[in-house]
Design a binder for this molecule. Structure first.
Ligand code: SF4
Ligand code: SF4
Length: 157
């Protein structure tokens, strides 16, 4: 038994590792709908603070930003602490105007040893680099039209 275990262990010394050396050897694996750093459209945001209220990690607070934002008279915008964020996308889903989206900016691009850089101001959230992957549209469920005379089924029927 012990010999078999030893042989097996020795065999693995000469095989390639399962782990990947990111980012030194390979780029991080990213899917089409990966949930990375948020991007904020300050020309859409109304300052309603819905994103702050639904955030389960309590990592959003509202701050004031100077500028001309007619749709947001109080000039209040979300600020997000990415060190606390779980990237659940609830803020994206519940934003009534689709001002928040998520991007491909994730993994090692967000790693930092400087805690002061994880808190992203609204202006920084506007300038997040990366392709947009998840938007409010991804959470809008279409209503299936029902024909006259048909009774829609309820859950469990
Ligand atoms: S993705 Fe989730 S945890 Fe992160 S800010 Fe949005 S609601 Fe909060
Ligand atoms: S990002 Fe959306 S949910 Fe958050 S304050 Fe602006 S409009 Fe409201």
């Amino acid at each position: 038994m012990a010999t078999q275990t030893l042989i097996k262990s020795l065999k693995y010394l000469f095989t390639t590792p399962y782990t990947r050396l990111v980012p030194r050897k390979v780029k991080p694996f990213k899917t089409e709908k990966i949930r990375g750093a948020h991007i904020l459209d300050m020309n859409k945001c109304t300052g309603c603070s819905m994103c702050q209220q639904v955030c389960p990690a309590a990592c959003i607070d509202m701050v004031q930003v100077e500028g001309n934002y007619p749709q947001n008279p109080r000039k209040r915008f979300p600020r997000i602490d990415h060190s606390k964020c779980t990237f659940c996308a609830l803020c994206v889903e519940y934003c009534p105007v689709g001002a928040l989206s998520m991007t491909t900016r994730t993994g090692y691009e967000l790693f930092t040893i400087d805690k002061n850089t994880t808190l992203k101001s609204p202006l920084e959230l506007c300038r997040i680099e990366g392709e947009v992957t998840v938007t409010k549209e991804d959470f809008v469920v279409g209503i299936t039209p029902v024909k006259l005379g048909e009774v829609p089924l309820k859950r469990g029927e």
